[in-house]
Write a protein that binds this ligand. Sequence first.
Ligand code: PEP
Ligand code: CO
Length: 453
Amino acid sequence: MSDTSTNWTPASWRDRPIQQQPPWPDAGALQTALNEVRALPPLVNHGEVDALRTHLAEAARGKAFLLQGGDCAERFADCTKSAIEAKLKILLQMSLVLTWGARIPVIRVGRMAGQFAKPRSSDTETIDGTEMPSYRGDNVNAITPDLAARQPDPQRLVKAYHHSAATLNYARALVDGGFADLHHPQHWDLGFVRSQSHRAEYEDMVERIRDAIDFLESTGVRGTGALRTVELFSSHEGLLLDYEEALTEKVGDRHYNLGAHFLWIGDRTRNLGDAHLEYFRGIENPIGIKVGKQMQPKELVEIINAVEPANRPGRITLISRIGAADVREALPPLIAAVREAGQNVAWSCDPMHGNTTTTDSGLKTRDYDSILAELEAAFELHAEQSGQLAGVHFELTGEDVTECTGGPQELSEADLSRSYETYCDPRLNYAQSLELALRIAQRLQTRRRNGSR
Ligand code: PEP
Ligand code: CO
């Protein structure tokens, strides 16, 4: 059990300094919204949360691999049948590719069903000469560039709960209804992949999987259900602590955040002594900590100790997001410090947030090659210290958007305006995501062939 003896309550974060909370204009209206959320049922079950923690402990030992992905900012407008199906499809296809390479279970965690709140580097922005509050996510204000739409509206927290519930409900219905069944055609449909060589690589792998399934079924395995369904977990950045507190429940003598299976602390809110670490230390959920290039090795060890003094395997996933240019210098001392402190963690790599650039026309983008370079470096740097990368964290979408450059479609900066839809950071599109999964699968295959790592 975590050491919450020192006066932790779901509200004890309120006595600490806090970053990145919206300036809600009306405290009474905020309270009304939070009471509504508090009265609604949990979105996930505590047993599922415990199961995920156990799976992540396996990932930390190299016996499973974490695939976490989804939008940077989920939009209420994307709570639709087709958008949810597209997200689930790409996550399932990527996980199939990874399982094929790694021959170990892949833990699927969507950045979905609650990934609404966004930290911002500036409280305001100027659009067409008017200064207005920054967009902070659909659970706070609207992206529409006018002053009234940008006012934080606490009723959006209630809407966020309902959109999370609808998304999770449909995702669960799809999985239960056979969408994840390896016999289902969506598994094999390559959607937007046009490149011949990548189609061929994927189709070759699919052929071999089909063959393996045929073989298994001929031996009578069909009835086991293992080929028919998967576990799917939800996650989001635990940013708005008012909302997170409202979804925190006591189960026996422990507290769970039952708004998602997994929550992470963003790079802007991970400061020692601050409210976010205080809130996160008291919940049972497995949690992520983003690790950016400013993080100091000693600081990281202290942060881990602050949120997980009991050092339980599976509770902490460190998500490095350093950038391809700096990862080879910054990551090794962090890995070494955590290892020397004897802390049980799973290391994941987010190759997105350290590789963001802005084009001359002002669009945020990320280049496929930098993303791949940071990932490959992470694989190598963990192996050099006799450890292993336990997972990956992506901003991606199942649709054919043009937000990141490069990849199998060789998108250039000039292509970006064609289908640039994100409300926040640029996401990998369907073809880029699948291509990355193939590259990671190759790494995992090599790792497997070289021994237990
Ligand atoms: C994010 O994951 O969308 C994010 C804001 O990440 P970070 O905290 O690492 O910048
Ligand atoms: Co982002």
